[in-house]
Design a protein around this ligand. Structure first.
Ligand SMILES: CC(=O)SCCNC(=O)CCNC(=O)[C@H](O)C(C)(C)COP(=O)(O)OP(=O)(O)OC[C@H]1O[C@@H](n2cnc3c(N)ncnc32)[C@H](O)[C@@H]1OP(=O)(O)O
Length: 550
């Protein structure tokens, strides 16, 4: 079986778009003429290895599919299950899955082609017996390309070994962030479900535990992560009592619940498991069995990513891609296509804007336009002096912006008084630059604007792109670049929206946290995808114009 997994998954991936449920039935015979019935499979060590292999192969060959290994029929017939009598059949009534199967696939090898109809009918009936399926359920025979020689060798080796039973427990616990549920999470969850007979507790990292995460702004909301977990576990083992609890520290419920017997860890979280046991003993509770699972390798990881399958790699792959589709911008001219590039102070906006400029965009530097409105003699110049006092003047009668900054950053009211004066003036200059770009036949403008969202300028742009870096890094960069104190840098950052709030309004997110080469690749990816979107829009527009003419 292990060698058949990858070929079966790749041929299944050609037919399946979203969810691929895996139902295990070793030795299922669909060609005997009699209707096969589902049976219980005992929990053995090999099964947990098979599950690991399945998710690992799925990540390699069909990463776009949501694979779920179903365990309803896995149970030792003799296992006591909270006092209830175990039925003879694992499916006394068909199980309802969160996505009703529309097609059932098998790699059952036909003895002769004439058998095909009988086998597909038999499989359809078998599936309907186990799961609630779509009324139009179809059954399809797969013809995976198997590696026959190796398979024979493996078969020989395996037949010599005896199936080793797997120790199971009434109550099992795991903890994690479970962001963008991937193969490694699913392996952890599946094996935990295999080990648990009665209750499965899942501690899910909440706010306080996310502070140190890479690209924490892109971590899915707690409610979405728990909803996905609940759905997954209910699908794979509906008989379990699932309890999902927030984790505000590394221990959570695992150090206070007396009934838990086992904690499932990986090589990386083994130390955490040991720390849990230390606390449990301090709390007068018995230590937990540490069941360690293997970390899945990510065959597609890049040089800068971790070797294991990880949510941070998945988050970093989102950088530069379209996270949410742009809102309708029919109130502004379709060209030039305007990108509003924003992000906290020191987040590297300007360097990204320059790279976009090198790729062909017209860069509009709003900080610089902002400085232009302070020119002596302008309306804004007089109003600012009226509002903030003439002690702001340099010897040459220009406004001392640094001194003005000290008056407004960290004081929302004063900052608002300033921006009420200057934003409308800057907006006029911006609109002029966009019109000029249009006249010159330019395709894309990048509006490099520090506080685009705070100013409500989203109606001037087609898309919002946000750059993020952790606050500590931003403070370091600002103090170094602008020669201001840490306190001034923090005050400036606190005058702006938080990274998370900005990301909430972003169509595309970028980060300059890593080496310049990584940023360059991200920007290029974002630019290439943008070109496709613009082309797509133009084609759509042409189509509408054509049909209107017809
Ligand atoms: C809608 C827009 O984004 S327009 C562009 C931003 N400009 C404004 O909002 C106008 C009000 N601000 C100003 O006039 C100036 O920033 C001043 C006078 C307060 C300070 O001037 P300077 O000392 O020359 O600083 P400078 O203009 O270079 O801005 C320094 C940082 O302050 C931040 N900043 C600028 N304006 C604001 C603001 N209104 N709120 C919060 N932070 C701001 C910027 O993020 C910038 O850092 P970054 O380049 O790393 O992004």
């Amino acid at each position: 079986l292990p060698l058949r997994i990858a070929p079966v998954l790749s041929s299944a991936a050609q037919l399946v778009e979203r969810t691929l449920y895996v139902h295990l039935h070793p030795g299922l015979n669909l060609g005997s003429g009699s209707q096969p019935r589902p049976v219980f499979i005992p929990p053995v060590v090999d099964l947990s290895a098979l599950i690991t292999r399945l998710y690992s192969n799925a990540a390699d060959v069909c990463g776009h599919l949501d694979v779920r290994v179903l365990l309803t029929n896995v149970r030792a017939q003799s296992a006591a299950c909270s006092g209830t009598t175990i039925p003879n059949c694992p499916f006394p009534t068909p199980q309802s899955l969160s996505h009703s199967p529309e097609v059932v696939l098998t790699d059952f090898p036909l003895q002769d082609p004439g058998q095909s109809h009988q086998v597909t009918q038999c499989l359809q009936r078998y599936t309907g017996h186990c799961y609630v399926c779509s009324p139009s359920l179809q059954s399809v025979l797969l013809h995976p390309q198997l590696m026959r020689l190796q398979e024979k060798e493996e078969g020989l080796k395996e037949s010599e070994e005896k199936a080793e039973p797997l120790e199971t427990y009434s109550d099992v616990v795991v903890g994690g962030t479970f962001d963008r549920l991937h193969g490694a999470h699913k392996t952890l969850l599946n094996i935990s479900c295999l080990l648990a007979n009665r209750r499965f507790l899942i501690g899910v990292c909440d706010q306080a535990m996310l502070k140190k995460k890479v690209l924490k702004e892109l971590v899915e909301p707690y409610s979405l992560r728990t909803q996905r977990l609940q759905e997954f576990v209910e699908d794979i083992k509906p008989s379990l009592q699932v309890e999902i609890v927030p984790l505000d520290d590394p221990y959570g419920v695992s150090v206070v619940d007396p009934l838990i017997q086992c904690i499932v860890v990986s090589e990386e979280t083994r130390k955490g498991g040991m720390a849990v046991n230390k606390k449990r003993i301090e709390n007068g509770l018995p230590a937990l069995i540490l069941h360690e699972i293997q970390l899945l390798k990510d065959a597609h990881h890049t040089e800068t990513e971790e070797e294991k399958i990880s949510s941070s790699s998945l988050r970093s792959r989102l950088l530069g891609t379209l996270l949410t589709p742009p809102e309708d911008a029919s109130h502004i001219a379709p060209l030039p296509y305007v990108i509003g590039l924003t992000g906290g102070s020191g987040s590297g906006k300007t360097s990204i804007a320059r790279q976009l400029e090198a790729l062909g965009a017209v860069r509009i530097d709003c900080d610089k336009l902002g400085h232009e409105v302070y020119q002596p003699g302008t309306a804004a110049y007089h109003r600012v002096l009226e509002e903030f006092g003439s002690d702001l003047l340099n010897a040459d009668k220009t406004i001392n912006r640094r001194a003005l900054g000290r008056k407004v950053f960290g004081n929302q009211e004063r900052l608002k008084a300033l921006t009420d004066i200057v934003w409308p003036e800057i907006a006029l200059l911006v609109k002029n630059r966009i019109s000029q770009a249009r006249e010159e036949g330019k395709q894309v403008c990048v509006l490099d604007a520090a506080v685009l969202l705070e100013a409500g300028w989203t109606d001037m742009v087609h898309e919002v792109w946000v750059t993020v870096i952790p606050e500590e890094e931003a403070v370091l960069r600002i103090t170094e670049r602008d020669g201001v104190t840490t306190e001034d840098a923090l005050r400036r950052l606190q005058s702006q929206w938080s990274n998370s709030k900005q990301v909430g309004h972003a169509n595309v997110v970028l980060s300059t946290l890593w080496e310049p080469e990584v940023t360059r690749k991200q920007v290029l990816k974002a630019w290439n995808l943008l070109q496709k979107r613009i082309q797509h829009r133009q084609e759509g527009h042409a189509l509408v114009t054509t049909s209107a003419q017809v």
